[in-house]
Design a protein around this ligand. Structure first.
Ligand code: ADP
Ligand code: MG
Length: 661
């Protein structure tokens, strides 16, 4: 059944539903409420200040409508409850007047002003409150669709599809946990009759989601232990010979990780390794060496990164190091067509040993001769499918994922459970800690002075704003606004430019290149520079509206400076949330910060789910539901390894789902 076949959904509502990302009937019935309003009579003897109140009673006076100005009216009437009388006012609901005759029973929801004895209502409904609390689902809406509309469509869809909802929990587990059926759970989630029932239904649906997810992880892990990789014979001395020509000495952590990778490459088991390392810990060089070792054993390598800027930077680094040893090429969306054709050819005939690029690397017309190693940088930015796609370009290449967004260990064990994890904790020698300074917007003069100091010393500065353009609906600082301000302050003597996500990538690259060559003194940007950029002469980063960002993001941004030997600083400007921001002053440990983020903001920010889509759950939240996650992990592993005869079909169904991505 398609969405348009649901009774009541026409072309117009279909378009609106699509806007909410509801494309299928399944999307619709799993369009879960964002919250619930609990309609229970307020106890006026024990009211907290400013609390929302709900009362029911009868209209006692004819509603009076006052026109305040065009588009704004206010209606007042008296309401008698069983034991009190209130004044009620509501804005812009004059159209309700005709329904509110004297004696009509109504439910009023709003804010109560004790002194005036008036409820300023946000909503008035006809009817009475029942003795048991009424629980109303509240959906995220788009203009043109009401809460009622959505609720009606959902219930109609559920009626129409009847039993045909696939239940991914095996029967014996449903029994074990005494779960309601899926259909029942969905029904309850959209029409809860009591808080207890709602809780049960929620747990049931969360469990199913996490069960499916952990089944996938456990399945992938199992597949990975099979001997299906490339066997190589890379010797310790091969590794040592390349390490010798580096312009610096590797840290112990870097050496250890490289040894792990060497062994992975040699093993017939396919490598599936996540390399976590704090910003600036030197992951890139590790991957370059890994690619070189792979080249020595006769295979091609691909390094995939999320932005062109980063692709360029990596390409430069690799070329500097390996140009006499391997043929290295760069392939991005803006590579000219003729170049592209040549590169495709040379990838296919094996001339190119290492290719660096963006997702252009996984376009369907790219063929490799013998892709043996795939490295993805800032891997959390890619979706699983994109990664799988690249993996499928080779027979069964080894894969190294790199990420500077540290994931708390316990979580990594489950959700990245299919990977081996290496960690680089130690920063290269000679690094100075970046000083973190908190300032209020009223202290902008101090900030400008601090900036001027750096400029005078011929150092460069990043300035970060949350928005590109000004937006009237909030007070956030924008890149364009800062450009004017910075120009006023420093424009006479220093070069200022901007870069942001909406610019064409060619101009972005051009500006980044000019910045890295020292031709721009102040670079104003959104968080596009967050990932990976490495300019050693940049010694200061100034972040406006710092409270808008997660600690991990701020830590990443801070990691853009202090990459060489110049003493560097990070200035956070914010009038709010200073307590949370203070944490950044006390630690430079990315793992600790991500734990804090996790506690404070949940998983969304941490995993960059918006970008990757890997970790987006409809109802579960891996932080809040961590216990369920652990149980689902255990259960799904058991189910994968020994499903009983009558459950085999379900297991195959789940495996097929994983294979389809
Ligand atoms: P990240 O882990 O954040 O990706 P990079 O790989 O970009 O970090 O490394 C940061 C900088 O440190 C680079 O300029 C790199 O050349 C340098 N670097 C890496 N390893 C070392 C080392 N062992 N000693 C000195 N500098 C190093
Ligand atoms: Mg990096």
């Amino acid at each position: 059944m398609e969405l348009k076949d649901v009774k009541g959904i026409g072309t117009k509502s279909l378009a609106l539903l699509n806007k909410l990302n509801i494309q299928t009937v399944l999307d619709l019935i799993t369009y879960y409420p964002v919250r619930y309003d609990i309609l229970t009579r307020s106890d006026f003897d024990h009211l907290d200040e400013d609390m929302k109140v709900i009362v029911d009673g009868k209209v006692e006076s004819i509603p009076l409508v006052i026109r305040i100005k065009t588009g704004l009216n206010k209606m007042n009437f008296r309401l008698a409850t069983s034991d009190r009388i209130f004044g009620v006012s509501i804005f812009n609901r004059a159209f309700l007047k005709q329904h509110l005759g004297i004696g009509t029973s109504v439910i009023v929801i709003g804010k109560y002003d004790k002194v005036k004895n008036v409820i300023t209502a946000s909503d008035i409904k006809l009817g009475e409150l029942s003795t048991t609390p009424k629980i109303e689902p509240v959906y995220h809406l788009t203009s043109g669709l009401t809460n009622k509309n959505i609720s009606t469509y959902i219930n109609m869809a559920m009626l129409q599809i009847g039993k045909n909802v696939v239940d991914y929990i095996p029967d014996y587990l449903t029994e074990k946990y005494n779960f309601p059926s899926k259909k029942m759970a969905l029904n309850i989630i959209h029409n809860p009759s009591s808080i207890e029932k709602l809780k049960e239904a929620k747990i049931r649906l969360k469990y199913e989601e996490l069960f499916e997810f952990m089944f996938k992880i456990n399945y992938l892990k199992k597949e990975n232990t099979k001997a299906n990789g490339i066997k190589r014979k890379i010797l310790k001395k091969d590794l040592e010979s390349i390490v010798k020509i580096l312009p610096f000495k590797l840290t112990n952590d870097q050496k250890n990780v490289l040894e792990e990778i060497r062994q992975d490459l040699n093993s017939e088991k396919r490598m599936n390794r996540l390399l976590q390392g704090d910003v600036g810990s030197g992951k890139t060089i590790v991957s370059i060496i890994a690619m070189y070792l792979n080249y020595l054993s006769g295979y091609q390598s691909a390094l995939m990164v999320p932005t062109e800027i980063l692709a360029n930077q990596h390409f430069q680094n690799i070329t500097n190091l390996l140009k006499d040893l391997v043929k290295v090429e760069l392939l991005t969306g803006s590579t000219p067509k003729k170049e592209k054709t040549r590169i495709y050819e040379e990838l296919q005939n094996g001339e190119i040993g290492i290719i660096v690029g963006t997702h252009a690397l996984i376009q369907s017309d790219v063929c490799y001769k013998n892709l043996g190693l795939v490295v993805t940088d800032e891997q959390h930015r890619f979706g699983v499918n994109q990664r799988e796609n690249l993996k499928n370009k080779g027979l069964s290449p080894d894969v190294l994922y790199m990420s500077a967004t540290p994931i708390p260990r316990t979580y990594a064990l489950t959700i990245y459970g299919d990977m081996d994890v290496s960690v680089i904790k130690e920063l290269p020698k000679g690094r100075q800690e970046v000083e973190t300074i908190l300032k209020k917007t009223s202290e902008i003069k101090d900030v400008l002075e601090l900036m001027y100091k750096e400029l005078k010393a011929n150092h460069q500065i990043y300035v970060i704003a949350p928005l590109i353009e000004d937006n009237d609906s909030n007070n956030l600082t924008s890149v364009n606004e800062l450009k004017n301000k910075m120009n006023d302050a420093f424009g006479k003597k220093y070069k200022i430019d901007i870069v942001h996500g909406k610019m064409a990538s060619a101009s972005k690259d051009e500006i980044m290149t000019r910045f890295s060559q020292g031709e721009i003194d102040i670079l104003i940007s959104t968080t596009v520079i967050e990932v990976g950029i490495d300019v050693k002469n940049a010694s200061q980063i100034v972040i406006f509206d710092a409270n808008r960002f997660g600690l991990s993001t701020l830590h990443q941004l801070r990691g853009r400076v202090g990459r060489g030997t110049i003493k560097s600083s990070c200035i956070l400007i914010s009038d709010q949330d200073t307590k949370r921001l203070e944490i950044l002053k006390t630690t430079t440990d990315g793992f600790k910060l991500s734990e804090e983020d996790f506690k404070l903001r949940g998983s969304g920010d941490l995993f960059g789910t918006k970008q990757s889509g890997d970790m987006t759950f409809k109802i579960a939240n891996i932080r809040e539901d961590y216990k369920i996650l652990l149980q689902a992990n255990k259960d799904s592993l058991e189910f994968l390894n020994k499903a009983s005869l009558n459950n085999l079909k379900l297991r195959d169904l789940l495996i097929n789902k994983v294979k389809q991505g």
